[in-house]
Design a protein around this ligand. Structure first.
Ligand code: PLP
Length: 379
């Protein structure tokens, strides 16, 4: 039987093995392991890739969000607008800096938030909005930024799944006041361990974020603000510099595979992700929707195809948030959690593998069609 892994990072990194080894060796030899030349070079290179003036490398994506919130002076007593269908880190960052999460339901088609749904949730305490470019698809940033500017609300992009994504040819991560990145190994740009970054055009945000990541210090042994230890290692900075060079090529491969999926799944009773219009997704995940999700996932697994669910439990239904949110308060997030399924996708995957996955999907729905009681119109 053919097996298609959901994610094979070894296969992905193999392609760059020689360059990664050289970069690693260079760092070992250098004697500098934190806040050295590799980190500085990565910050410059990543800022220019994003079209931002500044970049601050940090330890992970969660702390990138927390530091960005702090650098924009968001804290206790403030409310932050956050999508209801995101990875829990977006919510945790808000909670951990002492602010309150206000959940925003996404657009059901694109699964990211839009400006017009924000208005109803604004109060005098609203201080920031965090659009999440979920699954690699950019939020409509121009309308979100102009809406936020009108209300005096800060915009922090959660770009942890969207390295290289663009809205109308402008890369995400520099539209608002800060862009937050994760380089967790499975992201489109992934380190060999935890790493993250903040991009910004605002010198004040840049300066405060740099201090916050390093014990609140600008000058050794002088601590002007209460900071973290959230530094990126020189090793990961060197590795990310190598991988940044292939990012756009790898994103193009993802796009080709995503288009193949759409082409081959067109006639099935599934909700497919929309293809690009103004936005250019980088297809971090290829997510389909069906009420038959659980049966389909099992069928695919029985035929050697690994899939995942992003995410099976929305943040408001997590035990951690049980005292703050009713489990039925966000019906769309609940519905998405029951229906979404992520198919295998990555730069290492072949068209033949995608075709095999689509054949298995066709087989599943052919067999379903034979069974009474299944209504296509349920979609
Ligand atoms: C991965 C991710 C994060 C957190 O990044 P870490 O580096 O794991 O802390 C935050 N938001 C989103 C949307 C993510 O996918």
């Amino acid at each position: 039987m053919i097996t298609v892994p959901f994610l094979d990072l070894k296969r992905q990194n193999q392609e760059l093995a020689r360059d990664l080894e050289q970069a690693t060796f260079r760092v070992v030899q250098s004697g500098r392991y934190l806040l050295g030349p590799e980190t500085e070079a990565f910050e410059d290179e990543f800022a220019s890739a994003v079209g931002a003036r500044y970049c601050v490398a940090v330890a992970n994506g969660l702390e990138a969000l927390m530091i960005a919130l702090k650098a924009l002076h968001v804290g206790p007593g403030d409310e932050v607008l956050v999508p209801t269908n995101t990875f829990v880190a977006t919510w945790l960052a808000v909670t951990l800096v002492g602010a309150e999460v206000v959940g925003i339901e996404p657009d059901p088609e694109t699964m990211v938030i839009r400006a017009e749904t924000l208005e109803a949730s604004v109060t005098p305490r609203t201080r920031a909005v965090i659009p999440v470019h979920l699954y690699g698809r950019p939020c409509p940033m121009p309308e979100i930024v102009s809406w936020a500017r009108h209300h005096g609300i800060a915009v922090i992009e959660d770009a942890a799944q969207a390295h290289g994504a663009q809205w109308a040819h402008q890369p995400v991560g520099a539209f608002g006041d800060a862009g937050c990145w994760s380089f967790y190994p499975s992201k489109n740009l992934g380190a060999l361990g935890d790493a993250g970054a903040i991009t910004t055009n605002d010198r004040g945000v840049w300066d405060l974020a740099r201090r916050l990541r390093n014990y609140g210090s600008r000058e050794k042994y002088h601590h002007d603000v209460i900071g973290w230890n959230s530094r990126m290692s020189e090793m990961n900075a060197a590795i990310l510099r190598v991988k940044l060079r292939t990012l756009s090529e790898w994103n193009q491969r993802r796009q080709i595979l995503a288009h193949r999926y759409v082409e081959r799944l067109q006639n099935l009773p599934l909700v497919l992700p929309p293809l690009d219009t103004l936005e250019q997704s980088v297809w971090h995940l290829f997510v389909i929707r069906t009420p038959r999700r659980n049966a389909l996932q099992q069928f695919l697994l029985d035929h050697g195809v690994e899939t995942q669910i992003h995410y099976p439990i929305p943040p408001h239904r997590q035990r951690a948030y049980r005292h703050s949110f009713d489990k039925d308060c966000f019906p769309l997030a609940n519905r998405l959690a029951a229906e979404v399924l992520s198919l295998p996708l990555g730069p290492y995957l072949s068209l033949a593998e995608v075709d095999y996955v689509t054949e298995v999907l066709h087989q599943f729905f052919d067999e379903e069609k034979g069974e009474a009681g299944y209504e296509y119109s349920a979609l």
